[in-house]
Design a protein around this ligand. Structure first.
Ligand SMILES: C[S@@+](CC[C@H](N)C(=O)[O-])C[C@H]1O[C@@H](n2cnc3c(N)ncnc32)[C@H](O)[C@@H]1O
Length: 235
């Protein structure tokens, strides 16, 4: 009777985040945007062989993180720290301390939360190394990740470690989900290992949804939503 796919879920999830997050517009525009714009304009932070997330992806991460309210966020691919800032800022609105761990095997910012006004006790840790190094560190601490952002290429040894780090309600975001870019390669790897059997894939929010916030932009951030986080309601 009713079929839902990655595209229809994207419209539903995106519309809900953008409409129900309308009150967050001042935080996004006045706190987050100046921070991420300044980093994009700072030549000392850039490398010629890498890029940072765009506006639509930053907004998607900001709103999804606000909705999930993670205590612990892990990220593969720090670079100039704009995705980390977007997630930290979104999570911080709930006034609960947010802890972020992010890794990069190439030179990257050491201060992804710099310039943000986050709740007391919030902190960001940068692992200058591979995703495997970071996941090994997290497993050694017995950590469980509430939100995972993958903006690098997953490595073979990551998958076994991830099986110990994910909770049934961990929200996963994947950058570069278009064409045969790395987002779809990471998605394929996660699928083949059986790690996301209880997840549904939500493709990046369509361009026209961002008009609801008066923005002409697009996103390449896909989400993996835990099935247990999807509800049918009467309202
Ligand atoms: C597109 S950039 C990340 C942009 C960043 N999220 C931002 O918003 O500024 C991707 C980064 O991931 C790093 N990377 C890729 N695969 C990785 C891995 N498996 N472990 C650690 N770093 C990785 C690269 O060195 C690169 O700097």
């Amino acid at each position: 009777m009713l079929r839902l796919n990655a595209s229809s879920l994207s419209r539903a999830f995106g519309q809900q985040l953008l409409d129900e997050g309308a009150h967050l517009k001042p935080v996004f525009e006045q706190q987050l945007l100046p921070v991420i714009s300044a980093r994009l304009l700072d030549p000392s932070l850039q490398r010629s062989n890498s890029g940072s997330i765009g506006l639509g992806s930053a907004l998607s991460l900001f709103l999804a993180s606000h909705r999930r309210a993670p205590k612990l966020i892990a990220e593969v691919g720090t670079y100039i720290g704009n995705s980390a800032a977007a997630m930290g800022c979104g999570a911080g609105v709930a006034q609960q301390a947010v802890q972020l761990i992010t890794c990069d095997m190439n030179p990257c910012t050491q201060l992804p939360f710099k310039g943000l006004n986050l709740p007391e006790g919030s902190k960001a840790q940068v692992v200058q190394g591979t995703s495997t190094n970071m996941f090994e560190f997290l497993t050694s601490k017995g950590a469980k990740i509430d939100m995972l952002h993958i903006d690098g290429r997953l490595m073979k040894n990551d998958l076994k470690l991830l099986s110990q780090l994910l909770n049934p309600d961990t929200l996963i975001a994947l950058d570069d989900c278009e064409g045969d870019e790395k987002g779809h390669m990471n998605l394929d790897l996660l699928r083949r290992t059986g790690l996301i059997q209880n997840y549904v894939y939500v493709e990046p929010f369509p361009r026209e949804l961002f008009h609801r916030w008066g923005l002409e932009t697009r996103s390449v951030t896909g989400f993996l939503l835990p099935q247990i986080s999807i509800n049918f309601t009467r309202q």
